[in-house]
Design a protein around this ligand. Structure first.
Ligand code: G
Ligand code: G
Ligand code: MN
Ligand code: NA
Length: 254
């Protein structure tokens, strides 16, 4: 089993790396953003999935320290990409609700931006509906605070869990990410197709940008273009990759 100690050591020894997955404009395939996804290169166990260690870090409270490292590294990487004149697109960072709701998050974030010299408009945060843990008013206030400094927020994994449609109305977010669960069989499953179409139409009426995740084949891409989805992300376009590999990407994907 993974121990608290392993995570602690991994942070000290920088065994973590951020990978980046392109997010493309649906109609053109042009890269419009990058999502940062953490990877752990464990010295004995090899690559460990964040699906395993992020929940562990949340349980132990180490997500605060780890989350701060992620935010700072993502800002540095985004600033480096910008300086290289490469991929001047926003970098989206997944933020655990525990980190998001903690006092001082906004100050940490501003320090990360300033230390990296990154314009706030080049950073985006991905949060899930669990940011409502402390109540909707708290979440609204926080997201408005981010908006005020120019950092935009996307609602991730939308449509799973206990997502309520009213969140789209109440939270001052600018983007909604449709969960892969709806996209997987969108071509054959009429129910999922109907849900996706409904969310896209509604989101557009609320002036929200819609991203579909988990596109693995061209039929899904075509279907989502027809349904008016704005942005697409998935293995069909590109897998998450180390920052250095981004330079070799063509202008349009796939
Ligand atoms: O990259 P992958 O599909 O293995 O990620 C699995 C899960 O881990 C996803 O739910 C993803 O949101 C989460 N995750 C990946 N990177 C990060 C990160 O940097 N911070 C947080 N909080 N979660 C992440
Ligand atoms: O929870 P979140 O949406 O942040 O998780 C993103 C996760 O989805 C990452 O771990 C990433 O590696 C994974 N992912 C991205 N594109 C695809 C895809 O096309 N298929 C599958 N199965 N996973 C994907
Ligand atoms: Mn995400
Ligand atoms: Na998701």
């Amino acid at each position: 089993v993974l121990l608290r100690h392993d995570l602690h050591k991994a942070l000290l020894e920088e065994q973590f790396e951020l990978y980046y997955q392109p997010i493309v404009e649906a109609v053109s395939g042009r890269v419009r953003g990058l999502e940062a996804l953490i990877r752990w290169h464990h010295p004995e166990r090899g690559m460990i999935s964040p699906g395993v260690f992020i929940p562990l870090a949340e349980q132990t409270g180490q997500i605060i320290h780890l989350g701060r490292w992620i935010l700072r590294r993502a800002c540095q990487d985004a600033a480096a990409l910008r300086a290289e004149g490469e991929r001047v697109v926003p970098v989206a960072v997944n933020i655990s609700s525990l980190q998001f709701l903690r006092d001082g998050f906004l100050a940490d974030l501003q320090a990360a931006l300033e230390d990296a010299g990154l314009p706030p408009g080049l950073l985006e945060l991905e949060v899930t509906e669990s940011v409502l843990l402390d109540g909707v008013d708290q979440a609204i206030e926080l997201i408005n605070g981010l908006k005020a400094i120019g950092v935009r927020v996307a609602l991730d994994d939308f449509g799973t869990g206990f997502s309520s449609l009213s969140y789209l109305r109440d939270l001052p977010i600018h983007k909604v990410k449709l969960d892969r669960a709806f996209i997987q069989d969108i071509v054959t499953n009429r129910s999922n197709a109907a849900i996706v179409q409904g969310i896209i139409t509604m989101a557009h009426h609320l002036d929200l940008v819609v991203v579909a995740e988990g596109i693995e084949e061209s039929e899904q891409q075509q279907d989502l273009i027809r349904r008016g989805c704005d942005l697409l992300q998935g293995f069909y376009f590109a897998r998450p990759m180390p920052r250095q590999a981004l330079q070799a990407l063509p202008d349009r994907l796939p």
